[in-house]
Ligand binder design. Sequence first.
Ligand code: EPZ
Length: 422
Amino acid sequence: MDKYVIQGGARLVGRVRIAGAKNAALPILAATLMTDQECVVEGVPELQDTATMLEVLRSLGMEVSREGSAVRTRLVNEDLSTAHYDLLSTMRAGFCVLGPLVARRKRARVSMPGGCNIGPRPVDIHLRGLTRLGASLVVEHGYVAAEADRLVGAEMFLGGAQGSTVLGTANILMAATLARGTTVLEGVAIEPEVQDLARFLVCMGAHIDGIGTHRLEVEGVEALEGTRYRIIPDRIEAGTFLVAAAITRGDVEVENTQPEHLTAVLEFLRERGVTVEKSRAEMKIRARVERELVPGDVFALPYPGIPTDMQAQLMALLCTIEGTSTVHDKVFPDRFIHAGEFIRMGARIAKENGSATVQGGPPLSGAQVQASDLRAGAALVLAGLAASGTTELSRVYHLDRGYVRFESKLAALGARIQRARA
Ligand code: EPZ
């Protein structure tokens, strides 16, 4: 297992290019199961999670090849319909092969996702939605077995206790594109990655109205076609580098980004005193610190709010700002394991149900810490960059799931970070 060794104190300066969005790539790759024609998906980031998804597709009878960031898929054997635990236990997004498989192959056996370090991750809405489309489902021996001769369009509400669901919307939307008749989905997630999936499906020949709104109307079609498509840039990777600029009081420009996907994060950084410049046409955002930053409150919410996937990184930043800040996660109220690791680095954080109070100001000091999940890991790297002395971050495999060449991109901006054997 690898670890990162970080010498804190360097101010990050320069430009960094953002990769394609992991969370758009994963469901879009799953959608390629729904056609017997060739698909080419461009901008697929070279990450552990996308590699796992390509393995899942291969295990389901797809021929898959990759040239740089372009992935080519083609169906060779449609008899396979089991997505095994060995692959899906490492990546929850694999669960969104369920909708495509039952819609096109009429049956599916997909491993139930397990628990996870960011809190409970139920899939009840996915299952409810597929049942409403006429699939018969049985959950046994850790798998969902689903069958349907042909799915049938239906009207349904896709929200839950915490609001909309990203992968739940993806699963049901994909299934609905091949259902007979009209499906109306209310309360759907509108995250840019869900919109990207919907646009990909339209390129495959799906009929979807209302993309970007909480109500999608889908007119089912008999078959979907192959297509060529470029996925959106990763807004969370971009946001993480902007916070890296802020936490080191540096000056960083992120390239290949869509500023309109980060409005709430940019607003939050501006309110803290960070100078933010953006160009939608040039797909760039620059963040630099020219004055003292001020504390503030983070509310992680479904899109267009601050993403829960940025909550940990923003908490790291608030630890370095004098004064009292609060952090609330309305999407995953238990997603606070990183707070304990920040405390090991000298942060003053009090945690209570779904929120944390940060008394920022005391300098962070380098320590041995662990990444409990992808974004917690990224946040601990940021904290290490701002801390005095050496931080050793273990369980770096979490970061390999979601950040392309993270340490070399940071090093190119002046960070003193190295990968080493743990
Ligand atoms: C996606 O997970 C992302 N993963 C997560 O990113 C992200 O944190 C999350 O959306 C929220 O934005 C991928 O896209 C691969 P949800 P997902 O269903 O879809 C509850 C990362 O670091 N819920 O939108 O699994 C759920 O418990 C990852 O890149 C139900 O109650 O999240 C949560 O409170 C981590 N029943 C809320 O909805 C369900 O059936 C939102 O979760 C499904 C979800």
